[in-house]
Design a protein around this ligand. Sequence first.
Ligand SMILES: Nc1ncnc2c1ncn2[C@@H]1O[C@H](COP(=O)(O)OP(=O)(O)OP(=O)(O)O)[C@@H](O)[C@H]1O
Length: 331
Amino acid sequence: MPLLDIKNLTLEIDTPLGWVKALDKINLSIDSREVRALVGESGSGKSLVVKSIVGALSDRWKVTADRMNWKGQDLLSMSDSQRRSITRSEISVVLQNPATSLDPSATLREQIEESIADSQLSKGWFWQRRQQRREISAQQLHKVGIRDHDLCLGSYPHEVAEDISQKFALAMALVSNPKLLIADNPTMGMEPTTKVQVLRLLAKLNKTRELSILFVSHDLLAISAMADTMTVLYCGQTVESGKMGQLKRRPLHPYTKALLDSAPSFRRDLPPKAALSSLDGTIPTLQHLPIGCRLGPRCPRAQKECVKMPDVRRIHDHHYACHFPLHRDKI
Ligand SMILES: Nc1ncnc2c1ncn2[C@@H]1O[C@H](COP(=O)(O)OP(=O)(O)OP(=O)(O)O)[C@@H](O)[C@H]1O
């Protein structure tokens, strides 16, 4: 049984023009120890998927799903407190712009120490437990590359630089030993050496502590080094998902191919100064969504059938939703 199992997740948002499906039948699953990448260009709905999982959406929006299970329990039907208890102890999230999710009125020390559960401490007097909390916090900060832990922990969120608050948010997410880490652009804005350090830490935790990771990022090079599997979103729809190597070698959806081709690090055949390929046009806004396959107006393979939403097809563990997939002759 997968840890997280989402089938046909739909999120409807009210806009001045009426209700629109910002997420339209998203499928996503994560097994124990799996590192899954969630990719797609800006505006494709990655952050909304993350917020749907942890229940951080506006009450006015409508969330429905055929299945949205955490270890077999339905997340959508459980009470707020049950859901909060799962997200506190088993699912940790590093959201984009972590500084905005930190409490501006408390020091970083207060915030990280509060995230350490009593069960993580050995028994003792309250001052001994306070000392243990301090040690665990300092160790966690060192692991994510913050050397001066006292300076950092004594600061308020607005007093630290953006890359430090990014690293601190990661430390805080990991301190409760979660089963699943959802990291929305966790290395954004970090310098290359720190980025490598953080990616190594995540890879190590994945191996040694069996941490599953949903890795949301634009950085395809980091993703291909880290992830076992990948789910590709376009404009709120799941277009393709499967094993990382399979998708890199033989993407079936034209959008996946365009996304991979637009990353220079994936193109070994690219001569110096050659133009990078990209799809014409831009991702539509929620107010101007095309009907059927939302890639239609930008897709080089689109035909009139594409005004109907393609069914999800499956070859072993490779899923895709396209009327005219690439390598069709070989399917
Ligand atoms: N609070 C909101 N109100 C209205 N529309 C929203 C809201 N949040 C997101 N959207 C819209 O939903 C769509 C998906 O946004 P989302 O932030 O999930 O994209 P993303 O893939 O995470 O992009 P990025 O990579 O830039 O973070 C976009 O069209 C966005 O404008």
